[in-house]
Design a protein around this ligand. Structure first.
Ligand SMILES: [Zn+2]
Ligand SMILES: [Zn+2]
Length: 444
């Protein structure tokens, strides 16, 4: 560690109480995607004191702060934190009303981001390197509430469901050259370096329409939308044998509207689904099979169905684990349990980080300090030092170390990166996936 790095660590240690207090406050006040109003305000409040420039309300709630004045010539490294929570009502930290809960630990990313901003904005630290650092709090990583997202789309407030996808679309990633991202990973190690490959997905909002009538006296006059949905979902399950193991396909649905009163033949059912696979071709192929299967439900009962498909996330293309991050992890915790992602490690989950990995180099690390599975009732933080403070130190030290020495490491990362999509190509890909199918079998 050089003198500046020692200073970064000292500043974060001195502000330990403030960083932990911030993390606890966000953990206690979880908000769902594109509704992270309070969370974004808390982040902006602190960043405003520390940074040169601050942009807010990006993709509704996103916050982006610049350490130094914007200069397009400079290499700009983003430290990213996600603002949103997930719905896990039985977790002890859940909001009683909304069920929202930081059971994916995104509050730890924000704590890291705030801690890194406090350290890097020290004037000596700030002036010790060339290049800029952006602190970027982004909305809506968890892809849920599809109907709500579509309502935002109808109002013209967003176009894509994922926060990073939307932020890419509006151009707020245009001036970022490298992103640093973090996630908690419960129960395995203190620090994990690198990212796994992952599944990507498209989302579907399916609405079956039937006809209401008396459920006992005149069911023959009705068209039962619950029956249609039941056949539709069963037909989706029957596609399973056609999925190739190597594509790691996952199709999963929830029913968000399933009838009104048991006395009445239900005339509307709404289903939200995600169709996932580890490559774009398999996502598109499976999406078509799911559409065909869902249509079968409406055909069987003589009802109608509308299926709205939206682009979700791209599969993560992981870089080799960052050597800089590995060195930093070992220097911070010489006796710690440090894990390095192996080539071929795969997660069937998805993240809008996948979209970023198609466009720019993304350096990923994880920290532990937590227990239970992600998205579970048992998920909890048990070691704030590892979950929050070590996270802040790795974020700050990585950004500094790749920018010091005339940006030499950052230049190398950018030169070695194999870009899959320009931002223009990315938007074209996303827009091509948008699709609405409407069929009515009432007269067949
Ligand atoms: Zn999650
Ligand atoms: Zn997450």
């Amino acid at each position: 560690m050089d003198n500046i790095e020692e200073k970064i660590i000292n500043i974060i240690d001195k502000n330990r109480g403030r960083i932990i207090e911030f993390a606890r406050d966000i953990l206690a006040n979880p908000e769902l995607g594109y509704k992270e109003i309070r969370t974004a305000e808390k982040v902006a409040e602190i960043l405003k004191e520390l940074l040169e420039e601050l942009e807010t309300n990006l993709a509704i709630t996103g916050v982006k702060g610049y350490l130094k004045k914007k200069d397009s010539e400079d290499i700009n490294v983003a430290i990213i934190g996600e603002l949103d929570a997930i719905v896990v009502p039985n977790n002890q930290h859940a909001n009683k009303k909304t069920g929202a809960c930081h059971a994916c630990g995104h509050h730890a990313q924000l704590a890291g981001l705030i801690g890194a901003a406090i350290a890097l904005s020290d004037s000596e630290v700030r002036n010790s390197f060339k290049g800029n650092i952006s602190f970027f709090a982004v909305p809506s990583e968890e892809y849920g509430e599809i109907e709500y997202k579509l309502s935002l789309k109808d109002k013209g407030l967003i176009k894509y469901g994922g926060g990073k996808s939307e932020i890419i679309r509006i151009g707020a990633f245009d001036d970022i050259d490298i992103s640093i991202v973090h996630h908690l990973d419960p129960g395995k190690y203190d620090i994990g370096i690198g990212d796994k490959s992952s599944n990507g997905f498209v989302s579907k909002l399916t609405r079956y329409k039937g006809k209401a009538s008396h459920a006992a006296a005149s069911p023959h006059l009705g068209i039962n939308a619950v029956n249609a949905s039941s056949i539709g979902l069963s037909s989706v399950a029957f596609q399973r044998e056609t999925f190739k193991e190597s594509d790691t396909v996952r199709v999963h649905s929830i029913i968000t509207k399933g009838g009104g009163l048991v006395n009445v033949i239900p005339d509307e059912v709404v289903i939200e689904s995600l169709v996932r696979a580890n490559n774009i071709e398999a996502i598109i192929d499976t999406s078509k099979k799911v559409d065909r299967a869902l249509k079968a439900g409406a055909l069987a009962v003589g009802g109608s169905v509308e299926i709205k498909t939206e682009p979700g996330y791209l599969p993560v293309i992981p870089l080799e684990p960052s050597k800089v991050m590995i060195d930093i992890a070992k220097e911070l915790l010489p006796n710690g349990n440090i894990s390095i992602t192996k080539k071929g490690d795969h997660s069937e989950g998805s993240s809008d980080v996948g979209d970023l990995t198609h466009i720019m180099p993304v350096l990923k690390f994880s920290t532990g300090g937590c227990i239970g599975q992600l998205h579970s009732s048992e998920f909890d933080i048990v070691n704030e030092e590892i979950s929050y403070i070590i996270t802040a130190k790795i974020m700050a030290l990585t950004a500094y170390r790749i920018l010091r020495d005339n940006n030499s490491e950052a230049k190398k990362i950018i030169k070695d990166f194999n870009q899959k999509f320009t931002i223009k190509e990315y938007k074209e890909y996303m827009d091509n996936l948008e699709n609405t199918i409407e069929v009515n079998y009432e007269n067949e």
